[in-house]
Write a protein that binds this ligand. Structure first.
Ligand SMILES: Nc1nc2c(ncn2[C@@H]2O[C@H](COP(=O)(O)OP(=O)(O)OP(=O)(O)O)[C@@H](O)[C@H]2O)c(=O)[nH]1
Ligand SMILES: [Mg+2]
Length: 429
């Protein structure tokens, strides 16, 4: 791996451990693209320097370290303005990157489906558009060297910008088409409860998804493995139809533009009836990660979607920490997706959450109509029946809207207010 230098800035409101923690994360991100962030420098400042982000003395220090240690790049933990990046690259002998660029590079390596590739390409273009100058070599190649015709009236940069804008429009249109398809599929999901797994990258969302729905979503110990939302029907209860969706992982210092590019995730999160916030309980700074996730969610959903805290990887947490967490989050669910601990409790809690959508009705089907009996189970779960001189007494559990449809569509059923279901003796389903 190529050795690189990581740069952090400590502003007055930042704690020292926070800056260090961010840089640990940046190191991990860099590793994901083959860079070894073995050196780091942190500068304390009241605010970033507008021209160079850090102070000029610091830039000199960076220069020296780069030369002495033969480093191949410098990565800033915060997003640099295009001007800062250009100025730094004029002074330093190696390329200058920032956190956003590294994240985008990881995204582009992970993107597999057409939609994911399109959204990553758009996010990259949006990032690079204001930085256009030198980056568009691949675009020039793609456009048959159009960038080389500098003398034809338009300046090189203007041509590049125009091409980039047209490309962004094309990508937006393509993404709109995916959205149309998604909305159509959603319409077919009437009577379905939508639950989304959201959380920090690497929290274990996909592992949990696979355990709960027997899906086959890729899950491993790298970041941003999931870029597309994946949805699966989750047989959680005989009458509830729950669709569970796995979504892209969030991370600190994720620019809003980038979040906005994850349309499939945004759409799942916005249309969810319930969010399961999956938290890596073994992370040393889980509170901070939880805050980040909360912030991202707030920025994308207008109304408050109810959410459930799911503390995952509990197998990695000692008894004492587990107790402390339980005390702090009495409504949290503690699970291990790998060891399958707590999954039943998670299921039960979700069924309980949706219980407001379920009701139990008693009906009487007169004896002369008993041939219709078989149709009733289309509307819900027949929990119990008994026969007497009047006919068949039926207790059914179902979604409220399905049971009102049952009342409308089978007028031969009578409401049975005198039902005498003796659950101990009668035939149960
Ligand atoms: N020990 C332990 N490891 C887990 C558990 N759940 C997930 N992991 C591991 O954590 C890593 C990340 O899991 P993923 O399911 O890919 O995480 P994710 O939240 O989908 O991550 P992204 O898609 O990258 O955002 C994998 O190496 C999993 O095996 C758990 O309960 N216990
Ligand atoms: Mg995943």
């Amino acid at each position: 791996m190529e050795p690189v230098l990581l740069i952090g800035l400590k502003l007055p409101q930042d704690k020292a451990w926070q800056v260090d923690d961010y840089l640990d994360e940046l190191k991990m991100l860099a590793e994901n693209v083959g860079l070894d962030g073995r050196f780091r420098l942190v500068q304390k400042r009241n605010k970033p320097n507008p021209a160079l982000f850090v102070g000029s003395g610091m830039v000199e220090k960076i220069h020296q370290l780069v030369v002495n240690e033969s480093l191949t790049a410098v990565i800033f933990d915060d997003e640099l303005s295009p001007a800062q990046q250009r100025n730094l690259e004029k002074i330093l002998p190696v390329p200058v990157y920032d956190r956003t660029f590294i994240i985008l590079t990881i995204f582009s390596e992970r993107a597999k489906t057409k939609e994911a590739r399109t959204q990553v390409e758009l996010a990259q273009l949006k990032y690079e558009y204001p930085r256009l100058k030198k980056m568009w070599s691949h675009l020039h190649r793609q456009m048959g060297g159009i960038g080389g015709r500098g003398g034809e009236g338009e300046k090189q940069l203007e041509v590049d910008r125009r091409i980039a804008r047209q490309k962004m429009e094309r990508l937006e249109t393509r993404l709109d088409r995916f959205e149309v398809g998604r909305n159509q599929r959603k319409k077919q999901r009437r009577n379905i409860q939508n639950v989304s797994l959201v959380g920090y990258t690497n929290a274990g969302k996909s592992t949990l998804m696979n355990q709960l729905t027997k899906a086959n979503v890729e899950a491993d110990d790298r970041v941003f493995v999931t870029l597309d939302a994946t949805s699966r029907l989750w047989s959680i209860d005989p009458v509830l139809k729950v669709v569970l969706s796995d979504t892209v992982g969030f991370i600190r210092k994720l620019p809003h533009d980038l979040v906005a590019s994850f349309r499939s995730t945004l759409s799942e999160v916005r249309d969810s009836d319930l969010l399961c916030h999956v938290i890596d309980a073994s992370h040393p700074h889980l509170l901070e990660l939880m805050e980040t996730v909360d912030e991202v969610i707030k920025s994308i959903v207008a109304n408050d979607v109810p959410h459930l805290m799911v503390f995952n990887k509990i197998d990695l947490v000692g008894d004492l920490e587990r107790k402390t967490l339980k005390r702090a989050y009495p409504h949290g669910i503690f699970v291990s997706a790998v060891d399958k601990q707590g999954l039943d409790e998670l299921r039960e809690t979700i069924v309980e959450f949706f219980s407001y959508r379920i009701q139990i009705d008693d009906y009487l089907l007169p004896t002369d109509q008993s041939a219709c009996f078989y149709r009733i189970s289309d509307y819900g779960q027949v929990v119990h029946t008994y026969h007497d001189a009047e006919g068949v007494h039926i207790r059914i559990r179902g979604l409220k809207e399905r049971l009102s449809a049952l009342g409308r569509e089978m007028p031969q059923l009578m409401t049975d207010s005198q039902a005498q279901h003796d659950l101990a003796s009668a035939h149960e389903y």
